[in-house]
Structure formats: structure tokens, C-alpha cells
Design a protein around this ligand. Structure first.
Ligand code: SAH
Ligand code: SF4
Length: 344
């Protein structure tokens, strides 16, 4: 029999499973309570579940975990980077960040990434595989456990911006988010969840149709095709005009402001002229720009822009709202684009 991780099943799917076995939905509620609120690690610990049902559960589901094998703390801003080993020996990194509104996590969605963005350390490790639903759920559960131990707190938001391209792992991301949002499970409000994509156009449209009320961030990083293609190979498959169409489609269906991520690379995409071009591109679209200071990845072709403030000014003058991303965890290589999960 093909057993599933208990952390991979959404509430609705568990209810269906019980229905098929002529068992009341109420049992699914009890199971979720044990798994996500009481944090038990076996069905035997579920004292209000009948022996017969425990046997049924054991025959169909199992408890697994990801294993923390390294933890680094940036004492300057209290960012924590955790290296998790998966059951097959692969490794991924997650990051916990402290903000004034609370703790947030950055979750990985794949082992490696195939998109090959030139400025990104994660992309240097070719994709080995996508993460399963349970491996993403377990990143959050373990992060919450760690935070509980050291700060008596849980995360109140998370971003899927670690290693990997989430829309290359589309179906698993959907179920993961459903479990993350579920009040009976991890209980993080959809507005406190952000998914970031490098711009896989058909998946953006599919995502738009679902109207999930989750924040969407798009890694644009350039105001024209010439620059974008030179740093992001995906632009050859989905150039900027197609990406803008997908963004418009999303906005029409969701009416939720999109975050445009723009990494500031010295001499590549950071001139005032580039800012003007970007402003033109985004004009009359419900979005705001998040300017990201480049984090070093030991590549001589890329260095940090010195023009961020001016670039922001140009955008603001053109009525494009923009913010500069707060840097986190730079002392432990836990910043955007630096996650690699190299074997240690
Ligand atoms: N694959 C997805 C999500 C993970 S990357 C995506 O690309 O959107 C998360 C963000 O970090 C992206 O905006 C990415 O472009 C950015 N990033 C990658 N490398 C970086 C670096 N060296 N410095 C700063 N940001 C980087
Ligand atoms: Fe992959 Fe995102 Fe890095 Fe590009 S920036 S290589 S899509 S993780």
C-alpha cells in the first residue's frame, strides 16, 4: 500500500479519505488537532481515536520529519538560518527573520533550482527535485518548534523565497499553502503568505484563476528584454511583454497589489534611465517595487549598486511606490539569493 506522510494531506482530503471509509468528518478534526495543535508524533498518542481507526491510519499514513543538522545565528539582527536534511539525504535551508511585527520564515521549495539566474547562489545548484508537501509543512513546524524553544513565539508570516522556483512545484505549493492557512493546522493568514516567482507565465495565470488571496511577488529585475535576458534565462521563454500580460491577467482576477522585485546590480540595471524605463513599464498597474540590495555570491560580474536611493527617487517621482528591502542575515549568508545548502 502506498502510505502518505500525515503532513502532506489537506483537511479536505483527509475528510474524503474518512468518508470513503464511512467514518465521520469529526475524526478528521480530531486528527488535525493532534497533529497540528498537540504536535504528537504517532497515531498511538491520539487517546480519543478508536483502535480500529488508529490501525486504519497506520495502514495509510506515517509520521516523518526533516532533521536539523546545522543552525547559524546572525547576532546583529537575530536572523537564524537552519539547514535541514531530508529523508533521502538531500538538504535545504530555511531562514527565520525578526521584524518589528513579529517573526517571519523564508521557506525553500526545491532542492536546487533550474532557472539559472546569474546573480543567484541557489541557481548554481541544479534542481535535484521539488520538495514534497510534507517537507515544506515540516520546515514550518520545525521553525515554530525552534522559535517556541528560544523565544516562546511562533512565526506570523512566511515567504516562499528560499531555494527553488515555487511555480515549478505548483501543485505541492497549493496544498502546502492550504495546510499553512488552515486554522485547524498551521493557521497563518493568507495575507501573511508571499510566493515569489521568476515569472513562469502560464503558472502565473493558473495561479490568478485560483484567487487565493496570497501575496504574489514577481522577480522582474530589469526594465527591458535585453537586460533581463542577460541575467535571467527564463526571459527567453517568457519575455517581458508576456509577463506583463500575465500580471494584468492576475490583477484583473485578483485585484491584489503585486510586488515587483528588482535586484540592484551595479552598472547592469541600476541607472536612472533604467528607473524611468521601469516606471513606464509599470505605470497604471497595481503594483509596488521592492528594490533588493544585491547580496554577494562571489561572482566578479556582479556587485552592489550604489544608486539605490536615486533609483527609488526616480520611481517615486513617477508615482511608482517603492521600498528598499531590509537586509537580513548577511553575516551568515542567509540573505536573498545566498541560500545554497551546500553539504557541510
Ligand atoms: N525562485 C523564486 C523565489 C526564490 S528567490 C524567484 O526567483 O522569485 C527570492 C528572491 O531573491 C528573488 O527575487 C531573487 O531574484 C532574489 N535574489 C536572488 N539572488 C539574489 C542575490 N544574490 N541578492 C539579492 N537577491 C537575490
Ligand atoms: Fe531560482 Fe529564484 Fe535563484 Fe532564479 S533567483 S535561480 S528562480 S531561486
Amino acid at each position: 500500500m502506498n502510505k502518505k506522510s500525515i503532513y502532506s494531506i489537506t483537511y479536505d482530503k483527509l475528510v474524503n479519505f474518512f468518508k470513503e471509509n464511512s467514518i465521520n468528518e469529526f475524526v478528521a478534526k480530531q486528527i488535525f488537532d493532534w497533529v497540528y495543535k498537540k504536535n504528537v508524533r504517532s497515531f498511538e498518542e491520539m487517546t480519543n481515536i478508536s483502535k480500529k481507526n488508529i490501525e486504519l491510519l497506520n495502514n495509510n499514513f506515517y509520521f516523518n520529519n526533516v532533521k536539523e543538522i546545522n543552525r547559524q545565528i546572525d547576532h546583529e539582527d537575530e536572523t537564524i538560518k537552519i539547514l535541514y536534511e531530508l529523508e533521502d539525504g538531500n538538504k535545504v535551508e530555511s531562514v527565520i527573520m525578526k521584524f518589528n511585527y513579529g517573526y517571519s520564515a523564508c521557506i525553500s521549495s526545491q532542492v536546487g533550482c533550474n532557472m539559472g539566474c546569474k546573480f543567484c547562489a541557489s541557481g548554481k545548484l541544479k534542481k535535484i527535485r521539488s520538495l514534497t508537501i510534507d517537507e515544506m509543512v515540516l520546515q514550518i513546524l520545525n521553525i515554530n518548534k525552534t522559535l517556541m524553544e528560544i523565544k516562546s513565539k511562533k512565526i506570523t508570516s512566511f515567504v516562499i523565497m528560499g531555494i527553488g522556483e515555487p511555480f515549478d512545484n505548483f501543485d505541492n505549493i497549493l496544498d502546502f499553502i492550504e495546510i499553512a492557512k488552515d486554522r485547524k493546522a498551521i493557521e497563518i493568514g493568507s495575507r501573511h503568505i508571499t510566493v515569489s516567482t521568476s515569472g513562469i507565465v502560464p503558472k502565473i495565470k493558473k495561479w490568478a484563476d485560483l484567487n487565493l488571496q496570497v501575496n504574489l511577488a514577481i522577480s522582474l529585475h530589469a526594465p527591458n528584454d535585453e537586460i533581463r535576458s542577460s541575467i535571467m534565462p527564463i526571459n527567453n521563454a517568457y519575455p517581458i511583454n508576456e509577463l506583463m500580460d500575465a500580471i494584468d491577467y492576475y490583477l484583473e482576477k485578483n485585484n491584489r497589489r503585486i510586488t515587483i522585485e528588482y535586484i540592484m546590480l551595479d552598472g547592469i540595471n541600476d541607472s536612472n534611465e533604467n528607473a524611468n524605463e521601469l516606471a513606464k513599464l509599470l505605470k497604471n498597474r497595481l503594483c509596488y517595487v521592492n528594490l533588493i540590495p544585491f547580496n554577494d555570491i562571489n561572482n566578479p560580474h556582479f556587485s552592489r549598486s550604489k544608486n539605490i536611493k536615486n533609483f527609488a527617487k526616480v520611481l517615486n517621482n513617477a508615482n511608482i511606490t517603492c521600498t528598499i528591502r531590509q537586509e537580513r542575515g548577511k553575516n551568515i549568508s542567509a540573505a536573498c539569493g545566498q541560500l545554497r545548502a551546500k553539504n557541510i
